[in-house]
Design a protein around this ligand. Structure first.
Ligand SMILES: *Cc1c(COP(=O)(O)O)cnc(C)c1O
Length: 385
């Protein structure tokens, strides 16, 4: 019997009453219905209502930042995060190639160019050591501005992403940012509830972005947020995401080209109820990793990805790493999916995709290797109960 059939059967035993296990399903066991009902009963479902402020305050409090600005999705949060820190057309922005396409698209929406850098196999996020060597080779500092020697463009910022809820090596990354005068913007879309050395991810960058899409650890249906400790940046983000309307009791005056990115009240109501349950989701996900380790540890050439020593991870998506010399990842995906264990490879690295294949990039050998090894497996909180 194929080992994947065996593994699928063991995974099924975690939750025998379901014959299909999705990759990540939301759980609504708290105040979701009363809060959402209240929006409907009072009519405040859209751009006005108390839940947006409540959700923002509760989120900022949880993440240990001064402010959170709720928006329609994580991609919009990234877009505005980049705009508020002054990303200019023609800037180059360092991002991992191993990420969801939103990270690259948000850079493009600003007219800037993604510049891909490699990841580390211990974090699955940007590798600071490799980044430092690379910048040393390809860039020069002119008046404390980092310039790409080959393209002549300004390398303005870096957007690390905390892959599957595991923190990148922030101390070393921040050192590189200081040396090269790069603005740090965290793509914390996957890492709500993840701490780096005791401090919440998303609180290190000048500004950060989160997502509350249906498959994330906390969902608002669709949604996102911009996090920052800078009150002025937060006010600016709020202004830009609410069509840049100048406050007035009745006049329509707009002082900038803004965006209609505000999170509706009904979504914030759902999100507030979800946040109340976040600690239990994380606890369950941290239990689930141990169940998976027990199942997988007996097979050679397959391992469960474990949080880096400095990260207390939310384990948003459980990850197996397959030694591609010993096993075929295609085979694993085929059999697990067929047997009702929803499984997915990592995102196709962005530098391989049509819109991004001509962007500047460093050696991406670890990214390409990991892409051949990563399979995400069912990760819903109830599996860890
Ligand atoms: C989910 C996600 C986003 C944002 O996605 P939305 O669907 O727009 O909320 C951004 N970056 C990463 C890495 C993500 O996983």
């Amino acid at each position: 019997m194929s080992i994947w059939v065996e593994i699928a059967e063991k995974i099924k035993q975690i939750y025998p009453s379901k014959d299909f296990l999705p990759l990540h399903e939301p759980t609504f066991l708290g105040n979701e219905i009363p809060y959402v009902n209240e929006c409907i009963e009072t009519g405040w479902v859209s751009s006005v209502g108390k839940y947006v402020n409540k959700f923002e305050d509760s989120l900022a409090d949880y993440a240990g930042v001064k402010r959170a600005v709720a928006v329609v999705n994580g991609t919009a949060a990234l877009h505005i995060a980049l705009k508020t820190v002054g990303i200019q057309p023609n800037d180059e922005i360092l991002i991992p190639s191993l990420t969801f396409i939103a990270t690259g698209n948000a850079v493009s929406y600003c007219g800037a160019t993604p510049h891909f850098v490699d990841v580390s196999k211990t974090t699955l996020g940007i590798d600071p050591k490799k980044l430092k060597d690379y910048l040393n080779e390809i860039s020069i500092l002119k008046n404390n501005v980092c310039i790409n020697k080959f393209t002549g463009k300004v390398i303005r910022a870096i957007v690390p992403m905390h892959t599957f809820g595991h923190s990148v090596d922030l101390d070393h990354l921040i050192e590189v940012c200081e040396q090269y005068n790069l603005i740090l913007i965290e793509d914390a879309a996957e890492s709500l509830g993840t701490y780096y050395k005791g401090k919440h991810t998303g609180s290190f960058g000048k500004v950060s972005a989160m997502s509350f899409n249906g498959n994330k650890i906390v969902t608002t249906g669709g949604g996102g947020a911009i996090l920052t400790n800078d009150e002025k940046l937060a006010d600016y983000a709020k202004h830009l995401t609410t069509t840049a309307k100048v406050p007035h009791p009745w006049k329509y005056e707009h002082d900038d080209i803004g965006y209609n990115y505000r999170m509706p009240n009904i979504n914030a109501a759902l999100g507030l109820a979800q946040l109340e349950k976040l600690d239990s989701f994380i606890q369950n996900k941290r239990n689930l990793v141990n169940k998976y380790i027990e199942i997988i540890e007996n097979y050679s050439g397959i391992e469960i990805f474990i949080e880096p020593s400095f990260s207390k991870s939310n384990y948003w998506l459980q990850t197996i790493l397959i030694d591609d010399q010993q096993h075929s990842i295609e085979n694993a995906l085929e059999i697990l999916n067929q047997l009702g264990i929803m499984s997915r490879p990592a995102w196709t690295p962005l530098h391989k995709l049509a819109p991004y294949k001509n962007c500047p990039k460093s050696d991406l050998s670890v990214t390409e290797k990991l892409f051949k090894q990563i399979v995400n497996i069912p990760s819903s909180p109830y599996l860890g109960e």
